[in-house]
Design a protein around this ligand. Structure first.
Ligand SMILES: Nc1ncnc2c1ncn2[C@@H]1O[C@H](COP(=O)(O)OP(=O)(O)OP(=O)(O)O)[C@@H](O)[C@H]1O
Ligand SMILES: [Mg+2]
Length: 342
């Protein structure tokens, strides 16, 4: 069965017969209210259960759009799955839902059985739930009224049959919007959030906003990831030859070929080191840098993430390092109290 946004909200998974109903049948409105509170209660119980069944829940945020949150969220999920862990990916971005594409699940629709939502299985067995699964047609923009959108997020948290997971990675739309707040108020024991930034000044400024926002959500910041950090080129020349390259902004980059004539040089297309600077300024961990890699763009188009197409490549290795830093932080982070669950 597939669902549209309005049906998701309207569909009540459970029909209840309340005691004493035969003697004094409640009005239709009362019946509706009772069903709603019953479902609300059921959802709360299921969320509490989910809190236990999913060991670590990580939010992926950025202040600015287009810095690579979805690429990073998907990459983290795949990198963890590469290690044999059980991983889920929750894509809360309705405006630019490209996670299904990156996970080879383009066109997938929400799968509902017996009132429970079942995640799709993407690359490397990662379980995926995306807002995009609700879109009837990719090309038609959907205007989501606030309450419908936020109600759908709560249902995505409470009514999804995730099973036992080691990690749940949650991808958000850019900025300090309602969505992270709703998740922080609906999901208990969030391990923390990671902030994705590019080395540019504007992105960094916006990351400052998200770090301040994190404080108001009372969610631990696990650290900052610098994406699109540097572009490495490779070449061949005479053995041990000195190479001079003219990089962006008139900068000269030097490299030396090895004994077989192979050389490589990294161009800092968007400057470098900004992610480290902001993590120092805010006294939060720096989780590492991910290279600029045109393979990510191709992967977004052809549905095969870079980590899947080149599991031993430089980008996959950079992701593995970032994952290892995240795991260290998750182990260290004493679960913060978080917002009151509503
Ligand atoms: N490290 C990278 N190297 C090269 N291209 C990248 C890298 N990371 C992301 N991209 C590309 O940048 C574009 C934006 O990435 P992505 O959709 O992941 O960003 P986002 O922050 O989730 O965007 P939005 O704010 O719209 O949700 C995509 O085309 C993606 O392929
Ligand atoms: Mg995105």
């Amino acid at each position: 069965m597939t669902l549209s946004p309005s049906r998701l909200m309207a569909d009540s998974p459970v029909k209840v017969n309340f005691p004493g109903q035969a003697d004094s049948a409640p009005s239709v409105e009362d019946q509706k209210r009772m069903e709603q509170s019953y479902n609300q209660m059921k959802r709360k119980m299921s969320i509490a259960q989910m809190g236990k069944a999913i060991k670590h829940k990580i939010m992926v945020l950025s202040g600015k759009g287009g810095v690579g949150k979805s690429t990073v969220a998907t990459g983290l999920a795949l990198s963890l799955a590469q290690e044999g862990l059980k991983v889920g990916l929750l894509d809360i971005d309705i405006t630019g839902p490209n996670v299904p594409k990156m996970m080879g699940l383009d066109g997938h629709r929400l799968d509902v059985m017996d009132g429970r939502i079942h995640p799709a299985k993407g690359h490397l067995g990662v379980k995926v739930i995306s807002m995009a699964f609700l879109l009837e047609d990719e090309d038609t923009p959907v205007i989501w009224r606030g309450p419908i959108k936020l109600g759908a997020i709560q249902q995505f948290i409470g009514d999804v049959e995730w099973g036992n997971l080691d990690y749940l990675i949650i991808d958000f739309p850019p900025g300090t919007s309602d969505e992270p707040l709703t998740v922080a108020q609906s999901l208990p024991d969030i391990s923390g959030m990671v902030i994705v930034t590019t080395p540019q000044d504007v992105a960094l400024l916006d990351s400052r906003k998200s770090l301040t926002f994190a404080k108001s959500l009372k969610v631990d910041v696990l650290g900052v990831i610098e994406n699109m950090s540097g572009y490495t080129i490779h070449g061949k020349s005479m053995p041990n030859e000195d190479i001079e390259l003219f990089g962006p902004g008139g900068k000269t980059i030097n490299a030396t070929a090895d004994d077989s004539g192979l050389w490589s040089a990294t161009l800092d297309i968007f400057k470098a080191g900004g992610g480290k600077k902001i993590s120092d300024d805010f006294n939060v961990p720096f989780l590492g840098a991910l290279p600029f890699d045109p393979g990510f763009v191709r992967g977004g188009d052809d549905g095969v993430h870079r980590i899947v197409s080149e599991p031993e490549g430089a980008s996959a290795l950079a992701f593995a390092d970032v994952v290892s830093a995240i795991k260290d932080q998750v182990e260290k982070s004493s679960s913060s109290p978080g917002l009151e669950i509503i």
